[in-house]
Design a binder for this molecule. Structure first.
Ligand SMILES: C[S@@+](CC[C@H](N)C(=O)[O-])C[C@H]1O[C@@H](n2cnc3c(N)ncnc32)[C@H](O)[C@@H]1O
Length: 283
């Protein structure tokens, strides 16, 4: 079985952006989502990190909102595309694994996003802790972590597991989902038209079956107060606000039993997770 990285390098990265549809429309959608989630840059600008940035729909949206952006991904092909699409904007592409966020970005970050189901591409659920704690160590007090991902805790059945991802004159992409206990095998079936006829490519990789309640618990354990919202294409959005200095002080003086619970910034506790999985594959 290919790793996620191998699958993107060998099969998916080449076609990924086309699957998103119109790039500008997607940037506009993601910008509106970020604004709805309460994201705004200070007039003097601020530093944001986009984890698993792909070709840059969120990075470009953040830059247009006034942020300077550090965009992290392990796909060189998608990073090259992002550099091209973000030309003239304050976006820096960083090649790396998002699990190494603590090493890849400086301290004093205002906002971190990990959107479009990137989180589900991590190898194991425990990797979420490494990302969340790494982010917490790099965010300023009161800083935010915005996640969007698909709730794959439920299962599609029978032919519903066969999902058309897009069809163009020269490209047809379908995926098939095979459920396992804590992961789902995603089989990508891709037809590409060549001058001498159609060429068939296939590949399979594993995604995590993330459940919003468990992601919320891991965020809370890393020191975030969490709000839950809806995101486009049936995704879940979680907004984590990092505990402020007052809370850190309270913790140091032993008035808190743990780092859990609500934090400064007025965030509400996450609502309970909704049931069911959605049909579409990623962003
Ligand atoms: C579904 S795409 C989402 C891309 C973008 N955020 C969007 O919404 O279009 C997932 C992206 O995460 C990247 N990725 C997955 N796991 C990663 C990891 N551990 N480290 C760095 N990048 C990763 C992939 O290369 C891919 O670009």
């Amino acid at each position: 079985m290919a790793t996620v990285r191998e699958h993107y390098d060998g099969v998916l990265a080449e076609h990924y952006t086309r699957m998103l549809g119109d790039f500008e429309a997607k940037v506009t959608e993601q910008r509106a989502l970020l604004e709805r989630l309460g994201v705004s840059a200070r007039p003097s600008g601020g530093l944001a990190v986009d984890l698993g940035c792909g070709s840059g729909v969120q990075s470009v949206a953040l830059a247009r909102l006034g942020f300077r952006v550090l965009a992290v991904d392990f796909s060189q092909r998608l990073l090259a595309e992002l550099r091209d699409r973000a030309r003239g904007l304050p976006v820096e592409a960083i090649a790396g694994d998002i699990r190494d966020v603590a090493r890849l970005v400086p301290a004093g970050i205002e906002l971190v996003v990990c959107m479009g189901d990137t989180l589900a591409h991590l190898e194991r659920e425990a990797d979420l802790d490494r990302v969340f704690h790494g982010v917490a160590g790099r965010l300023m007090a009161g800083g935010r972590l915005v996640l969007t991902f698909r709730d794959l805790s439920g299962e599609l059945r029978d032919l519903d597991r066969v999902i058309p991802l897009g069809a163009w004159d020269d490209l047809v992409i379908t995926c098939f989902l095979e459920y396992e206990a804590s992961t789902v095998k995603v089989h990508d079936l891709i037809w590409v038209r060549q001058p001498d006829g159609w060429r068939f490519r296939k590949g399979v990789y594993r995604k995590l079956r993330l459940a919003p309640a468990r992601v919320t618990a891991r965020l809370t354990a890393a020191g975030f107060a969490v709000e839950r919202h809806e995101a486009p294409a049936g995704m879940v959005a979680l907004v984590g606000v990092l505990a402020g200095p007052r809370r850190a002080l309270q913790r140091r003086h032993g008035r808190m039993s743990s780092g859990r619970g609500s934090a400064s910034g007025g965030a509400k506790t996450a609502r309970s997770q909704s049931a069911g999985a959605s049909r579409k594959k990623s962003t």
